[in-house]
Design a protein around this ligand. Structure first.
Ligand SMILES: C[S@@+](CC[C@H](N)C(=O)[O-])C[C@H]1O[C@@H](n2cnc3c(N)ncnc32)[C@H](O)[C@@H]1O
Length: 430
């Protein structure tokens, strides 16, 4: 990752105001980052907006995705002149157009299930082709195929796709698309990529038999489940993970290399230490509004009540090695926030202990079987409150502990030297 262009300022925000553009993959971080601390400049990446198209349509997210695609083993270490990427759920087709215009792929296939999106993608491809012809006098169009279809079903084995990209699609849909394409299995040996049976009937599994890399950009909140799925299939090794902050939103991307079925016999199953660290922060759901505020769908039964997911920090093995600055900022924010809450929980525990000690049942040395029912029930309630407070302190201590460990791996000194320090006005502990 490159040096920042300018130091970011960090502004606290209400969680429900963070997703200004809900259709873009984003993570609710409870604060916004102004500036793009972890994002290479366009010049540094060497990618440009496809010709003939408005530069604004070519986002930094596309830059980084394009860079990740070009950096996969399938392309970066291949001497083959055939480098084919399939973008499933391409929307307006910008990524495929950008890749084709950059010359770093030999062909980009842009597929979307929506006729409206495909119409726009075709119009953009036509404009880019006109601009290429005008600017460069090129007679052959950009090597982009725009296709209407359901994921990899629109591919055929003759396409010989090497890399599949899925961006801006929810985690569940993404996994469904990948499974339908047979991408939940290692690469079969002796795959023919030069033709064969039509891939349409089986969801594109034949057409994807030669795929060796995936580049995925689910909504940041779905990255944990997508990453876990990649690891669980035993078919993929996570090679690259990047975080980008753009328009005050955090985007997360994961690239993986496909294992070959023949290496599986010898290659060990990834060690537990390679597995991602997961911290799921949950807290009791207070009311429907609160649930909605935090996304609602994260609620689950446990510990005697409904819980809403407050945040789901998932630090994958690659991010832990790369230690991007935005991860440091995010973790520092959360460590401080949960440390404040832990202090609040400790105060509550002290109050509960005092109340328990002052209980009339204790003071009068009455047993719970005492005839003084009021005193006995006061003591039962005080004990239950103290146990809940104790459980809360334990829970918050665990979160702070794991987050601090990961934060310790991020070089905060380098971060501050780069002007990325700064203090956060944290939300108040409740
Ligand atoms: C939010 S857009 C993302 C567009 C683009 N990939 C990006 O990252 O900006 C998601 C797109 O996925 C498409 N999509 C969803 N399910 C699909 C499927 N099964 N096959 C093809 N496209 C699909 C939708 O039509 C939509 O255009």
């Amino acid at each position: 990752m490159s040096a920042p262009m300018s130091a970011p300022s960090i502004v606290p925000r209400c969680p429900d105001r963070v997703s200004r553009r809900p259709h873009r993959p984003c993570i609710r971080v409870g604060f916004s980052v102004k500036g793009e601390p972890d994002t290479p400049s366009r010049e540094e990446l060497g990618w440009r907006c496809p010709p003939g198209l408005p530069p604004k349509a070519w986002s930094t997210r596309f830059h980084v995705l394009a860079d990740m695609i070009a950096s996969t083993d399938a392309f970066a270490s291949s001497s083959s002149s055939s480098k084919v990427v399939a973008d499933l759920g391409c929307g307006h087709g910008m990524l495929a157009l950008g890749l084709a215009a950059s010359g770093r792929v030999s062909r980009a296939i842009a597929i979307d299930v929506s006729p409206d999106e495909i119409e726009v993608a075709n119009a953009k491809a036509a404009r880019a082709n006109e601009a290429v012809a005008e600017l460069l006098g090129a007679t052959s169009p950009l090597p982009v195929d725009v296709r209407l279809g359901d994921g990899a079903r629109a591919l055929v084995p003759e396409d010989a796709a090497d890399v599949v990209c899925v961006a801006g699609v929810g985690g569940r849909t993404m996994i469904k698309m990948l499974k339908a394409a047979g991408l939940d299995k290692p690469k079969p040996t002796g795959v023919r990529t030069d033709g064969g049976a039509d891939g349409g009937a089986d969801g594109g599994a034949d057409a994807c038999a030669g795929v060796t890399a995936l580049v995925l950009n689910p909504p940041a909140t779905d990255v944990p489940s997508v990453r876990a799925w990649l690891i669980e299939t035993n078919a993929w090794i996570v090679r690259d993970e990047r975080l980008v902050v753009e328009n005050e939103q955090m985007h997360a991307m994961v690239a993986a290399t496909r294992r070959d079925v023949s290496d599986l016999l010898e290659a060990p199953v990834p060690a537990a230490s390679d597995a991602p660290v997961r911290v799921v922060e949950r807290e009791p759901a207070h009311d429907a509004d609160d649930d909605a505020r935090w996304g609602g769908d994260g609620s689950c039964a446990g510990g005697g009540g409904e819980f809403a997911v407050v945040a789901d920090v998932h630090v994958g093995p690659v991010l832990r090695v790369v230690k991007p600055k935005i991860l440091g900022l995010y973790l520092r924010n959360r460590v401080e926030y949960f440390e404040n809450r832990r202090r609040g929980a400790l105060d509550e525990l002290r109050r509960c202990q005092e109340a328990e000690a002052r209980s009339p049942a204790v003071e009068c040395s009455l047993a719970l079987s005492s005839e003084d029912e009021d005193a006995a029930s006061f003591l039962v309630e005080a004990r239950a409150r103290r146990r809940r407070a104790q459980a809360e302190v334990t829970r918050l201590s665990k979160i702070v502990g794991v987050m601090s460990t990961v934060l310790g791996e991020v070089n905060m000194k380098a971060l501050e030297e780069a002007g990325l320090g700064g203090t956060l006005d944290l939300p108040q502990a409740r």
